[in-house]
Ligand binder design. Sequence first.
Ligand code: ADP
Length: 256
Amino acid sequence: DADQDIVLECDQVNRWFGGLQALKGISLSVRKGEIFGLVGPNGSGKTTLVNAITGFYPPQQGQIRFLGEPINGLKPHCIAQKGIARTFQNVALFRGLSVLDNILLGRHIFMRPSIMASLFYWWWAQKEEVAHRVKVEEIIDLLQLESVRDEPVDVIPLGMQKRVELARALCAEPRFLVLDEPMAGMNQEEKEYMVRFILDAREAMGTTMLLIEHHMDVVTAICNRAVVLNNGEKIAEGPTREAINDPAVVTAYIGK
Ligand code: ADP
């Protein structure tokens, strides 16, 4: 059944900021295990759509479903608890803390208070701690962050900081991960590394992802399918190459 394969679905999503309609009836569906591209020139509505999905700016009209369940109107932390993680366009790490501690913080959604009697609390906490460490070590390995694990996160290069953000998001073992321009500000070499790491993460963890990106080479390299926005409207969708080569897309980009 094709419907069971859909992780995230937007159905006719509208969002206004005052008189400006930033999202105009956007519909899309992301399938399990794919990396789905959300593409478009600056100001086309990509971040607004992600903010709608993650609950920061709920849509005023339309439906958003995660694993078949409506999530619009839920608070961002409730949506995160359901298994949707995101990274931000500008690095949002805890300065002064080590790479390792920043990644460990990604596990915080699992650190709930124990419902057991205090007698069992210590035993439980030890087990949880081990589970966290194992997952964190796996991810440090996967994203090749071993050499900087104890460095304060502010002293490592930007390309690596972005990788730490990816590691932190993966640490929560999300069922759906939104990556907001993970290559922003990177040089060519760093970009190529990041492409590799994102593909490796999907391979190793099977995470379904939505990738916001306006560099077409990156989208082509990573995404299975894509939607292109322009002025809040969906102007193309489909398998990545077809979507981004659509004449409407070429025109929209030349117009900018
Ligand atoms: P993109 O991510 O594709 O660059 P955005 O989603 O950031 O585009 O912006 C889409 C449009 O919505 C832009 O015209 C932008 O100015 C407007 N917009 C986004 N967020 C807000 C906000 N919080 N208040 C007012 N206008 C906003």
